[in-house]
Design a protein around this ligand. Sequence first.
Ligand code: AMP
Length: 385
Amino acid sequence: MTTQVTAGTVAGMTGPLGHGGTIGILGGGQLGRMSAMAAARLGYRCHVFAPDADSPGMQVAAAATVAPFEDAAALARFAAAVDVVTFEFENVPAGTLAILAPLAPCRPGVEVLRICQDRLLEKDFLARAGVPVAPWRAVHDEADLAGAIAAIGLPAVLKTTRLGYDGRGQAVLRRPEDAAPAFARLSPRPLILEAFVPFAAEISAIVARGTDGAVAVYDAVENQHRDHILDLSFAPARLSATTAAAARRHAAALAESLDLVGVLALELFVLPDGSLLGNEIAPRPHNSGHWTMDACAASQFEQHVRAVAGLPLASAERHHDAVMRNLVGPAGLELWPSLLKTQGIIPHWYGKAEARPGRKLGHANRLLPLGSLRALDDAAALQGL
Ligand code: AMP
């Protein structure tokens, strides 16, 4: 039960990108790197645009532009040199998108990024697409915050609405006196106050949607974090069949509602009764989908490239259960030699110049026979990782 294909068409898209065509990738991180590697296997070139030289993406790309995202002339040259533009992170400045959008097809579209860059628009969109969310209020000033606390109660989570990732830009409010210091610390404003969700687990579901409107949904996975950074993903998530199906259905509904061309990850909270609340949408390949590189016939990166290039999507079927461990600096660097020596572990390294604390340096996938993960406790599932 892994692939779902729906009919339908997406307006304004032309035919598939031919062999040797060039995909422009905005951003030079590991997600662009792994997308470029998948693109190469399908006969495409990638041109990475990023501010930093020798970025992980540039190391494997056919062409690179090193320039700030605000450099209009460099962006125009980039758009002229590529057939289609995609993004490996969603916080691309609005000005960059305004320059690129008239010059080259952007997949996913600029509107998708606009929604996913702003937690207020995103929450509203989730609810309208039928994905339940925890109660929330927009917070522009301290009066709003007092009103939001009165409406939602404590504990609650105060977050920035823009530029937050890996738990940055948020504070848990447990007592009324936590409110003022958190409000003073967090920027840019407005902020959002969300009810604290007493979740039993965090999961994500990844979906690809093609130019023809076909949708392929991967099995939902369970995610565990350390220091607010994804540490482990268990594929499939150890959920009831009903909850797992609901997660995949929500992801597919979002892709449809957003008119997505590309890949998105929907992060969800699982409540103790098995019901789901949507947290966040990432309109790109996602860290919690790295297991698909080894446990599925087509990875999330291949699906992303297929979608962006206008090719038919592949099956999202899983042929193994899997556990993914993120290799985060500096501990991830220390783990690397033993991972290389362990049979059954598939290592991936991103080529970053420095192993700074908190940086994602690589990941490793452990494959397990299909259907075996559910019976294992965490220690057994993690053997060798
Ligand atoms: P986010 O940046 O929204 O993905 O949040 C980062 C992490 O903070 C999540 O993965 C959760 O572990 C935790 N978190 C975020 N929002 C809430 C919430 N409303 N209730 C409880 N925990 C949350």
